[in-house]
Design a protein. Sequence first.
Length: 405
Amino acid sequence: MHSPTLLILAAILMGIMALMLLAAWRFNRQIAGFGAWTLAYLSGFLFCISLLLRPALPEIASVLAAQVFIFLMAYLNLTGTRAYIGLPVLPKAYPMLGLAALLVVSTWFTLVEPNGGARFAVSSLMIGSIFLLCARTIAKGKIHDYPARYLYATASGFHGLFLLLRPWLFALGSNGLFDEQQAIALSQFVIIESIVTIVLMAFAIVMLANERVTLELRSVADCDPLTGTFNRRSFLTLLDKSISVAVRGNTPLSVMLVDLDHFKKINDTWGHQTGDEALRHFVAVAENCVRHGDVIGRMGGEEFAIFLPHAGLVEAMAAANRLLVAIETHPVANEPTPISMTASIGVADWQPGETAETVLNRADESMYRAKRRGRNRVEQAPTNNRQGDDWPHPGNSPATDPSLD
């Protein structure tokens, strides 16, 4: 198969991929980077068209058009990968300066000092570097958790490396691998490599879209939609896994149960919208008081739980008291006056043999003891199985005592 036929095939594939990504993007606009990737394939399609029209165009026009479209394809791929990972958009000056430099060099080696090899080498160096940067940007996380990212990174990285080596491969005579007769076969190999890369990267982009949708659905299933914390089911699952880690490593683990005092009064006085804002405010305060590895979950209503891996009772009590002070000293922003909040907190350290539900229940009982003793305080659970006189009794259980809201 000769080069023009391969080039036509590449243009058709690029156009099909651009249309496929455009259709997918219309239904997945919330996926960051998808729009940039779609435009990248559109630029690649226009690049192939510019190569096919080269015989009918003035040399400088065809050269500059090809350089613009190939640069846009590479840079839009980089923009897509950065957006997908959550990195900020690069300043507009970067691509503008890069493209301007490429066009100036291409014009110089076309009109002033004609040298197709030098022009080819500069273009390959710049575009190859951008594709390598795409690979480095998106290769984040463990490969078994994010296989689509590494498929994209592999295809983009291989293509970038190939572009960097391409000028040397095309060098003729004693300085290169191929003589002039073999250069024709090599040019066909270059087009085939581009076709394979086109397909692999487009397939990886579709997989990335599926990955993001799956993660969002998992987040919806695992998280409380109001506060963004884990819901009760997910919290207990994570606590159970953390207990298994504590058993294997013989490490401590503690749990807090936090209930916002008189929360019903906030809803009744200011409305449920303000109450919702108060819950989100509490979560923001709590996240500033706990460590990065600690886990917060909403058990229901105004009740939250936090477990602290590798923290014994002393460390957990200190963290609970910090949280208590932070809640009291950071009122909820509201007009005309801020809304003060307090909380009752129960703390329990995990004991060998306990399940997630068991240790959580001990923290819950301590939290209700804090409420009975006046609220706005921290109480710790005993480390044995005997209940003291202050523990809830069947006749006055937390669930049936209306005064403990």
